[in-house]
Structures are given as C-alpha cells and as structure tokens.
Design a protein around this ligand. Structure first.
Ligand SMILES: Cc1cc2nc3c(=O)[nH]c(=O)nc-3n(C[C@H](O)[C@H](O)[C@H](O)COP(=O)(O)OP(=O)(O)OC[C@H]3O[C@@H](n4cnc5c(N)ncnc54)[C@H](O)[C@@H]3O)c2cc1C
Length: 401
C-alpha cells in the first residue's frame, strides 16, 4: 500500500528545501521528494537581495546564511569595449536602506545552509516524479524507483521543467529565450585585484551582451557569469561544458581589464536560458507550484531564487493562517502572482537596457537618471515579506499587467 503524507514537496532545490523549512517554522511537517541521489547545487553563484534575505531570516536561517554569504560593498559598471565608467551601485547603502544585507553565495553553500536545518528523515532522495493523479481527497505521486505515495497536498518545486506542471497543464515546455550564459569560477588568489575594482564586484555591459564578476566564499573565489543575445543555441540540453576559447571569442575587442580577466578562465560551462510566457497556471486545488516551476525568469534582475524564497516564506504563512490548505494556496496565488509577474517583466526590460547597442544613448540615460543598468529595483528590494505577506503587492505601473 502506498505511504501517505499530509504535504509532499516535489523537488529539493532552493525553493523546495526553503518551503520545507518555512512549513516547519509554522509547525507543519512536509516531506521532500528529490530526484537526485544527493542534495547539491551546480558549481556557480547566486545573489540574494535584502527582501529575500528577510524571508530566510524569518524562517530561522539568518545566522546560517550570514555565515556563508559574502557582502559586496558595491558594483561598478563599465562599458565593455572602452572601459568607461557608467554607474556604481552602492550595496552598503542598499543594506542600510532596506534593513537586510545583499549577499552573494556559492550555491552549494546556500543549499547546505538550508538543508542543514531540516529533519533529514523527511528528505527522500532518488525519487524522480514520473506520474501524478489528482483525486478528490488526495494526490497520488509515482516515482521512477517504483514508489507510489499519496499526499493530501502537493507543493511542486521541481524547477523550470516541472513534471507536476506538465501533468497539470500539458506540455507547455519552456522555450529558448534567444539568450545564453557562460559561467566560470576562479580562485580569487589568481586574479590581479586591479581587474575587479576595489569592491571585487564589477559588471561590463556592451552591445548585445554583459558580464558580471563577483567574489563569493568570503572573497576566496570569483564567480563570472555572462549573458548574450544569440540565436545560435542548438543543443538539446541547456547546461553543457563550455570551451574557454569560445567564451573569450564571445567578447571581442574587450577593454584591457576584461580581456585579462577572460584570459584567466580555463574551465567554464554554458547555458541556454529558457522561460515560458507569464502564466497564472500556478496550480489548482490540492497542488501549488512555487519557484521556477511556477515562474521561471531571465536572471537579469537576479530574482529567480529570491522570488522562490519569498514564495516559500509566504506559503508557510498562509498555510499557518488558514485551516484549509486549498484556501491557503488560493490566497498565496492571489498575492504572489501580480508581484512575480512584475519581477518577470523587470527581468526582460533590464536585459534590453544592459545590452543596448548605442553606447551613447545608454550613457546619457544613466547620467540623466532615466535608465539604469541595474534597473528599477526599489519596489523589489523594498518589499518586506514579513509585514506584507498577506497584502496585495504594490507593483509600479511600468511592470504591472
Ligand atoms: C545564469 C543564471 C544566474 C542566476 N542568478 C540568480 C541570482 O543571482 N539571483 C537569483 O535570485 N536567482 C538567480 N537565478 C535563478 C535561480 O537559479 C533559480 O530561480 C532558482 O534556482 C530556482 O530554484 P527552484 O528550486 O525553483 O528550481 P531548481 O533550482 O531548478 O530546483 C528544482 C529541483 O527539483 C528537482 N527535480 C526536477 N524534476 C524533478 C522530478 N521530476 N522529480 C523530483 N525532483 C525533481 C531538481 O533535481 C532540483 O533539485 C539565476 C539563474 C541562471 C540560469
């Protein structure tokens, strides 16, 4: 006979594990079913902005994430071809303004910090969901290892290629966005300090592309992540080992500092970026989607994981407040969809501004205050999930429906 659970979470990535932790803080036990044989994240970094740090603090992870997070004093932005200074984004002021730090993490450290606070008997590894059946009083989940379980309620945190999403809505597969990414990690000791500004955090923008480099692991490693417009993505997969020479060739005529930095890269990976159009298909009845399963977005506002952490905290609050989880899920969607759609729109518009081909127009917009290579993040970072979890979110008209 199939085992029974009250709440099953499918997917043990950042969203799924944070949701399990959030539910535990309101006294609800959830079981996580993850396809991988061990919990882990790819060797790359992630930025977490103040409002999402507040969500992590509110689920009791403040000290754990502070121990592995790196706080950059600020980001310098330069033109990729000329090295001209464009903008400085002061992260110390950001932290003071919003009342929480802005961290950069090695992804594995962040995942470990969250997983370390969970009861490990509730995390079931080696369970890849392959089938889902909705019943009147339960959902039956089938896994590739032959296990079947019944859950009264399901939280789907199984990423952009969500099997739960496919079971509910059919094959609305994410499509290639016309943008690809290179990622590389360097030992910071190998990087001459003059290449990465006094803050160890620099962004170069240029025609149809940009590159960001920042320190993680308390300054021991440098993460490089790029993004470029290209229709040349052909591989079936979307994360593959890259070729360092090909990566360098993607940044022709770079200013000398960027050129020297790129010459240090020996190992890299490349990713195609996939999303789906904004959708209100975030679950129904006993099933709730969160994180990339609900709302995959371009990384240009640095918000995919941040929104997943907001989701996790706010879903926990609604489940703690409503005796009926179906009602909690409906309330969750009511307050979350308008905000996350706004952030998805911001991510698209940031990419357009960063990748402008007319450097003069871009410079003029930055100095006139009508544009920013960081986009307008005031309303994103200024949100306080702890005091606003049950309120209709304020979204500026430029990003509202
Ligand atoms: C280049 C790049 C840079 C980024 N930078 C940032 C940033 O700086 N800041 C930020 O906030 N966000 C960033 N993001 C976005 C962020 O990485 C994602 O939004 C975040 O990882 C989503 O977490 P998730 O848990 O929803 O999904 P995932 O991380 O994809 O986790 C899904 C989990 O579900 C499991 N799973 C999948 N299918 C099944 C199945 N059938 N059965 C069981 N388990 C399953 C997977 O193994 C995985 O563990 C970036 C993204 C990219 C591509």
């Amino acid at each position: 006979m199939a085992s029974s659970y009250r709440i099953a979470i499918v997917g043990g990535g950042l969203a799924g594990l944070a949701a399990a932790r959030s539910l535990a803080t309101v006294g609800i036990e959830a079981h996580v079913f993850e396809q991988a044989p061990a919990l882990g994240e790819i060797g790359a970094a992630v930025n977490i902005s103040p409002q999402a740090v507040k969500a992590l603090q509110a689920i009791g992870l403040g000290d754990k994430v502070a121990a592995v997070g790196h706080s950059s004093p600020g980001i310098y932005t330069r033109n990729m071809l000329t090295g001209e200074f464009l903008e400085f984004n002061d992260r110390i002021k950001t932290a003071a303004r919003y009342g929480a730090p802005y961290y950069t993490f090695h992804r594995a450290d962040l995942l470990d910090a969250i997983a370390g606070e969970l009861d490990h008997s509730t995390v079931h590894l080696g369970h890849r969901l392959i089938g889902l059946e909705e019943g009147s009083d339960r959902v039956t989940l089938a896994f590739d290892n032959g296990t079947k379980i019944a859950a009264e309620y399901v939280i789907a945190a199984d990423g952009v290629r969500s099997e739960v999403r496919r079971a509910l809505y059919g094959a609305d597969n994410p499509t290639y966005t016309g943008q690809m990414v290179w990622r590389a990690l360097l030992d910071a000791g190998d990087v001459p300090p003059e290449l990465i500004e006094p803050t160890g955090h620099v962004q170069w923008v240029g025609p149809g592309r940009h590159l960001i480099a920042y320190l993680i692991r308390r300054g021991k490693m440098l993460n490089i992540v790029t993004q470029q417009d290209t229709d040349k993505w052909v591989e079936e997969g979307w994360s593959t080992r890259g070729d360092a020479d090909e990566m360098r060739a993607s940044f022709p005529n770079s200013e000398p500092r960027l050129d020297k930095l790129l010459k240090l890269v020996t190992v890299c990976s490349k990713w195609g970026l996939f999303t789906r159009p904004l959708t209100r298909n975030w679950g129904r009845g006993r099933i709730q989607l969160i994180g990339d399963a609900a709302h995959a977005m371009l990384p240009n506002a640095g918000q995919g994981a941040c929104q997943a952490f907001e989701d996790s905290y706010i879903l926990g609050r609604w489940l703690g407040a409503c005796p009926d989880p179906v009602e909690a899920f409906a309330n969750f969607r009511r307050v979350r969809i308008p905000r996350v759609h706004g952030v998805q729109r911001l991510s698209f518009s940031n990419a357009r501004f960063k990748h402008m081909h007319d450097a003069t127009a871009q410079r003029q917009a930055v100095s006139a205050g009508t544009g920013s290579v960081h986009g307008n993040s005031e309303w994103v970072w200024g949100f306080d999930p702890v005091t606003e979890w049950d309120k209709e979110p304020a979204v500026p008209s430029a990003y509202a429906a």
